[in-house]
Design a protein around this ligand. Structure first.
Ligand SMILES: [Fe+2]
Ligand SMILES: [Fe+2]
Length: 183
């Protein structure tokens, strides 16, 4: 089977990502500990499917436009969570995945335009931008795989990826902007 073009494009970026992440963590190890996990990890009804993510203060940065964009991305994630028992080709999944790439790309561009004004250190900027690029690469790869049926992915696996792109990234990277705003 021929390799998908997307794999060739994304592979080189992946190679340096672990190192970037490590440098990023090192640069910030003296800062506040990461916030506790967002409420989506707490499901009071095990077996009833995953709970929606609540965009509560633990996920807010304090910059209204970024918080608004994060809220919209979480809305998309929650649409997938509500449709968790649908098929990998459900209308909701196709709809969310078809618009999520553009929404993520626009949001990342906006966020990156603020990094300089926040006085972010260049190592921090490089690692944060690399994390954005990694998410967009994964998004392209997922869509190519689904389109070409190259990987058998379950709904749970797809949901887990989208959760990482949205809440995982907010918790691991974006919330660190909150500390810069306080300075
Ligand atoms: Fe970000
Ligand atoms: Fe963000």
């Amino acid at each position: 089977m021929a390799a998908a073009p997307g794999r060739i494009l994304v592979a080189p970026r992946r190679a340096g990502f672990a190192a970037q992440q490590s440098a990023y963590d090192e640069a910030f190890k003296t800062r506040n500990a990461p916030p506790s996990a967002p409420c989506d990890s707490m499901n009071p009804h095990p077996g009833a499917g995953p709970s929606p993510v609540i965009f509560d203060p633990s996920l807010r940065i304090g910059l209204p436009e970024i918080d608004r964009q994060h809220s919209e991305l979480i809305d998309e994630l929650n649409r997938l969570i509500a449709d968790a028992h649908g098929s990998v080709s459900s209308e909701t999944l196709v709809d969310v995945l078809s618009s999520l790439g553009r929404e993520l790309a626009e949001h990342f561009r906006f966020e990156e335009s603020l990094f300089g004004r926040l006085g972010m250190h260049h190592e921090e900027v490089d690692a944060h931008v690399a994390a954005h690029e990694e998410i967009l690469s994964q998004y392209v790869e997922l869509n190519l795989d689904l389109m070409n049926k190259l990987r058998r992915l379950s709904r749970a696996e797809i949901l887990s990826m989208v959760r990482q792109w949205v809440t995982g990234h907010i918790v691991s990277y974006d919330l660190r902007m909150r500390g810069l705003l306080a300075n």
